[in-house]
Design a protein around this ligand. Sequence first.
Ligand SMILES: [Zn+2]
Length: 152
Amino acid sequence: MSLIPVGQTAFSTLPDCGGAYGLLINLERGLLDAGPAGAPGTLMPGRYLYAGSANGPGGIRARVTRHARSKKQLHWHIDKLTTAGTIFAVHTWQQQRECEIVDACLATGQAAIAMPGFGSSDCRNCAAHLVRLTPCFDPRLLAARLGAAQSI
Ligand SMILES: [Zn+2]
């Protein structure tokens, strides 16, 4: 799996409709106090997948482009991680929800909940919307459960 950061121009090719996405993020150094308020924790260096959904104006393209900006107001848990780490791939599905992406990652046996509550404050299904990936994780494994992704 290549860890080369996604180039800025690639984000413009993402779909501008609603749907769910998985951001693959490489974190070179540990990230302190990365988690939900009241449950501080450290994210260790490594590779992560953050599952999100976007149904507002501009859809997936607008949301992921925001995630990729190096300067932004830190609003969500994921903002700290995308600021400290680099996005090296993005996979999108238009008919799925972010919770299904989390479930599909865990089902591969090559991912684990990264930090309880991370990105999932509004979710009753998932322990977190961020999973830590093993070096063997292959995003193609997700297709069996989610269908083929559009990817950059
Ligand atoms: Zn969920």
